[in-house]
Design a protein around this ligand. Structure first.
Ligand code: SF4
Length: 942
């Protein structure tokens, strides 16, 4: 293999000029460094550089692990220059993976509860004992038709498709996600347009970049997006940031607007209205791609059905969204919004914009922020263009494994309840309330890299549900680290970190597609060195396992003789009737599912699997734009017939499965000019400025982009009474959710989280920086320290998430970050948490644990938030209406008090805002909306 041939095939090489600064790939199997510990002597050590991908946020940046060939220890983790998304660069959390690997407090062996659940007593058990018990219970549930009593609840997935595979094979509609504490709002607003639920901005080529809220540093595609935003800026792009707080991103903005939270859709619609009335729009794009005929049919049935009339009426319909209206809602000078609109209007079809969590995840009706943002993108002709914003699906590649199981026919109303037919996705936050209501129970509940007691709102209600052994008969926590939720499990099973497991994944980091390959780096090194490896446990510390092998094994034990029809999906594609290995599973994918990979591998004399083991990634496509205009192929058109709206469909039955997104049978759109193109994944295959789905499921007033007044709008907050809007949704750029608790470097970098309060508000309340303040919500209060600053707008206060970790007992894990707390509950149901001890130095195999200088574990604010599910998207509306007052006598820092009876009241109030509507033909939810583990079409119908 020559350097030149490698460079030609390196996916990241084309876009990364500094490849020469990384060890060249031909040296990755044998790379020498001097041993720093031997300094000043020069002692050379030989390393193998094995690629993997980061698991510390969703971006899955490329990593290169330096595996010492003598003792198989991992020296360090750096960026993988071959990765087209991250291009060799990482944020602080990537290299900190080494801390997680070497954490002296990590879980190394399977544990089983002894005594009562949550009692803190554990015994070590073998994997066999745990697997047999869990598999036996799942088998019994399936045999008895209690499939809906098995639930897999995932926090950070970090993979595409594997969990869906085993749940489908089991016939279990038990996928539950963390999505409705994360991105349900943005997903609904975007899905209603074209069926795709995320944006994929082409920042590097943009003329104007528009970011809502503290996007960059709060983690979504933090590094791959951040580096391209800076490239765009260096090329002259103007950056607009909308955020009530001076975030790291806002500090880079050409125009920063700090509006009242919840007013964002009004601002965007005012921009849309300005674009329409000044006709600074791409009319040709709108005529071709909007479903404007449906808009006219539904809203102006007597108007002439032509595009010019539509434009005039659309302009009229949005005329009420004036700059003055938006300025009043946002409580900002009207000139600022006008200036923003002018900047946007000058984008030349190159507006790259993103919204994901932030405003969409904070507010009642927050999904309309995403809906309004795509309205602006469409009006400016920026969708799918170079420098514009594409839908995520264009820039993401998901292969599937061998012998895919067919869809099942189950529908689980614990996760897909009738009250939320448009939710995106599962109603995860309501699970403990539904269990308390007796809507169902769980035989086996897996929490997987998920810590709902700590991460979700209303954690005490979670604690109550998880300690109810009738409602949750077996709780299995699959986790690489100790967590507040693992404390309330029956089994705690140690799973691998990103250098200890296999996964494939792909994310929309830019206008291209790649497939990343996470791999257990010691195992790869051992195999290359000819050392024996049975399964990944042989290469990982202790008995830490990778999940794929675990799920293979569990599935096999659920159906040991194949009589349930499950085992067949976990048999080798190369050795009929035998258990599939991870090598075989990925070999099949790479040989059969990844376009171009075989050729790339051939050029280097490698097999596709060896290529992926060598580089950890493959670029599948680049420079992807305007996929909506892709002409349909003869195969796609074969048998397709256009309906009255031009949608080209093939016949389907109720036995078929809808695709992951889009409607079953639809293949594209037949345009008025006779062209036939791929289009969108909405029911009309066009961009739906009018959404028939919203109409059909009972919300015609929100069928078009609208502004819904938030539960924390300016009119609902009485600042004279000490009321504020609390923004709890941002985080420090160096912290993750639970898992940074085991990364010492990250905790050294970020270890305080004061309450941001505008100086004028602090003065008004008689508070100074460092003063204790009591923050009261609907269900309780917490006590925290104030930071008086100009960095947040008056009337709004903010407290970063990702601190406030706690443990109940001495010696329990994550002591780099947890405080020791006392917890008690009154007979009436009032919970009180008080910190007994902050973070302290401790003795361990890692001497750094004795050098801990930070003391503050922070405050667990989420415990005091009731569930506030948005009636449409199901998104938990994170922003809180709170009352601030100086701490009371007896209050102590980090005190948390919550009355879960009030939690139940608030839950019922928000539930009452929904409509349990069935769609056409008794349909539970629109088929085109994304739904993990999609069942057959007939399961969509009651
Ligand atoms: S942005 Fe940071 S945390 Fe996220 S995948 Fe990349 S290196 Fe890891």
């Amino acid at each position: 293999m020559t350097t030149e041939s490698v460079a030609l095939d390196l996916p990241g090489a084309r876009t990364h000029e500094n490849l020469r600064n990384y060890p060249p790939p031909e040296q990755w199997d044998s790379f020498f460094l001097n041993d720093a510990r031997a300094h000043p002597r020069k002692v050379r050590r030989e390393f193998m550089l094995v690629p993997s991908t980061c698991f510390n946020c969703e971006s899955a940046c490329g990593l290169l692990a330096y595996v010492d060939k003598q003792d198989l220890s991992i020296l360090k983790v750096e960026g993988n220059p071959a990765h087209p998304g991250s291009r060799g660069r990482n944020c602080a959390k990537g290299p900190a993976t080494i801390n997680q690997i070497n954490d002296p407090e990590r879980l190394l062996h399977p544990l089983r509860r002894v005594g009562k659940r949550g009692g803190g007593e554990w015994e070590q058990v073998s994997w066999d004992e745990a697997l047999d018990d869990i598999a036996g219970r799942i088998r019994t549930a399936i045999v008895e038709g209690r499939n809906n009593e098995v639930m897999y609840h995932v926090g950070r997935p970090g993979e595409d498709g594997f969990a869906e595979r085993f749940l489908t094979a089991w016939g279990v509609d038990g996928h539950n996600s963390h999505t409705n504490i994360c991105s349900s709002g943005a997903r609904l607003g975007q899905s209603l347009w074209g069926g795709f639920d995320r944006p994929s901005p082409d920042y590097a080529h943009a003329k104007v970049i528009l970011l809502l809220s503290s996007h960059l540093e709060t983690g979504h595609y933090f590094n791959p997006h951040a580096q391209r935003i800076m490239e765009g800026k260096l090329d002259g792009a103007k950056l607009i940031v909308i955020d009530p707080r001076m975030s790291n991103t806002a500090s880079h903005a050409n125009l920063w607007l700090a509006p009242w939270p919840g007013s964002e859709a009004a601002i965007l619609l005012a921009i849309a209205s300005y674009l329409l009335r000044t006709r600074q729009i791409d009319a040709a794009y709108l005529e071709r791609w909007f479903n404007w005929d449906t808009y006219l049919d539904n809203l102006h049935p007597d108007a002439p059905p032509d595009f010019a009339t539509f434009l005039d009426l659309l302009t009229e319909d949005y005329a009420t969204f004036t700059f003055e209206f938006a300025a009043a809602e946002a409580q900002v000078p009207v000139e600022r919004i006008e200036a923003m609109a002018r900047l946007v209007a000058e984008c030349d079809g190159k507006l790259a914009a993103h919204v994901w969590r932030s405003a969409c995840a904070g507010n009642y009706g927050g999904w309309q922020v995403a809906r309004a943002l795509w309205f602006v993108l469409a009006l400016t002709g920026s969708i799918g263009t170079k420098g514009g914003t594409s839908p995520n699906g264009w820039d993401k590649f998901i292969p599937h494994g061998p012998n895919m199981p067919p869809a099942h026919e189950s529908w689980n109303e614990l996760t897909w309840p009738a009250e939320y037919p448009l939710s995106t996705n599962e109603m995860s936050i309501l699970l403990p309330h539904f269990l308390k209501d007796g809507r169902g129970k769980l035989e086996v509940y897996f929490s997987r890299v998920y810590n709902p007691i700590w991460t979700n709102p209303d954690g005490f209600t979670w604690m109550e549900a998880l300690t109810d052994t009738d409602a949750v008969k077996l709780h299995v926590a699959l986790t690489p680290t100790w967590s507040e939720t693992a404390e309330f499990a029956d089994y705690v099973l140690p799973m691998g970190h990103s250098l200890e497991r296999h996964d494939t994944h792909s994310y929309e980091t830019h206008a291209g597609k790649w497939l990343g390959f996470r791999q257990p780096v010691r195992r790869v090194a051992m195999e290359k060195l000819g050392l024996p490896v049975g399964d990944t446990r042989d290469a990982n510390p202790g008995e830490v396992w990778e999940e794929n092998e675990y799920w293979f094994e569990l599935s096999w034990r659920i159906d040991p003789d194949g009589s349930l029809g499950i085992r067949q999906y976990f048999e080798s594609p190369y050795r009929p009737g035998e258990k599939v290995t991870v090598d075989e599973y990925y070999r099949w994918i790479f040989e059969n599912q990844v376009p171009g990979l075989q050729d790339k591998a051939d050029r280097l004399g490698l097999s596709p699997l060896a290529y992926m083991r060598k580089f950890g990634v493959v670029e599948v496509a680049s420079d992807i734009y305007r996929v909506d205009e892709r002409p349909l192929t003869d195969a796609e058109l074969d048998g397709a017939v256009a309906d009255e709206h031009g949608v080209l469909r093939k016949p389907v039955t109720l036995e078929s499965t809808p695709p992951l997104v889009g409607e079953a049978g639809a293949v594209g759109v037949h345009h008025a000019d006779g062209s036939q193109t791929f289009g969108w994944l909405s029911p009309s295959r066009k961009l739906e400025v009018y959404s028939p789905a919203m109409r059909d499921w009972g919300w015609p007033e929100y069928a078009t982009p609208q502004y819904i007044e938030s539960h924390v709008s300016r009119g609902k907050i009485d600042t004279e009474r000490g009321e504020f809007v609390l923004v709890p949704t941002f985080r420090l750029p160096t912290l993750i959710h639970t898992r940074s608790g085991n990364a010492k470097y990250l905790n050294e970098l970020g270890n305080t989280h004061p309450l941001w309060l505008n100086r004028s508000d602090a003065d008004r309340l008689g508070l100074v920086t460092g003063a204790l303040v009591r923050v009261s919500t609907r269900i309780g209060h917490f006590v925290v320290k104030v930071w008086a600053t100009e960095g947040i707008r008056p009337g709004v206060t903010a407290l970063s998430h990702h601190m406030g970790r706690w443990r109940l007992r001495d010696g329990e894990g994550s002591r780099w970050v947890t405080g020791l707390v006392d917890l008690d509950r009154s007979p009436e149901g009032v919970w009180r948490m008080r910190q007994r001890q902050g973070v302290q130095a401790f003795s361990s195999d890692d001497k750094d644990s004795e050098r801990i200088f930070w003391e503050d574990p922070g405050v667990h604010q989420n415990l005091t938030f009731p569930v506030q599910p948005d009636p449409w998207s199901g998104m938990h509306c994170w922003l809180q209406k709170v009352r601030l007052e100086p701490a009371h006598e007896g209050d102590r820092y980090a005190d948390v008090v919550v009355d879960t009876r009030k939690s139940r009241e608030v839950y019922r109030e928000w539930l009452a805002m929904t409509k349990a509507t069935l769609g056409p033909g008794g349909q539970r939810r629109p088929e085109f909306l994304m739904r993990p583990v999609k069942p057959k079409r007939k399961a969509f119908r009651v």
